[in-house]
Design a protein around this ligand. Sequence first.
Ligand code: FES
Ligand code: FES
Length: 152
Amino acid sequence: MKLTVNGETHEVDVEEDMPLLWVLRDELGITGPKYGCGLARCGSCTVHIDGLAVRSCSIRAGQVNGDVTTIEALGAPDALHAVQEAWIETQVAQCGYCQSGQIMSAAAFLTINPDPSDEEIDHAMSANLCRCGTYPRIRKAVRLAAAKLKEA
Ligand code: FES
Ligand code: FES
């Protein structure tokens, strides 16, 4: 089957019911999305499909109907996405494991709600779990990213 990931179309020889996360990591070597729970409950595997945040552990390769973007292509090394910039400036990450999923969720959320309140940020990000408890810095970074996007 054909999958477009990070702007490149790949022909992948996998079963239709293989989770997208497996295809990304094991078939395409794209390791930004992480395996956490495998049950759509932690968010560490979050990618975008046509700009919407999707749990890649829980969507099957055969169900993908759109362009997949992983954190590898959210921004470029010399032109980071505003959310990535905000994450660095706020020094959000602790162990880092959950963070690509957090960033992908935040980026998708800000396209839907560019001017969120703290409550809306907390609600939107509550399905992305962080064992290190970086939630206060995540909230601060999402606020900063929203401000950066407004200025852009
Ligand atoms: S690994 Fe996909 S939501 Fe936890
Ligand atoms: S930074 Fe360690 S799990 Fe979130």
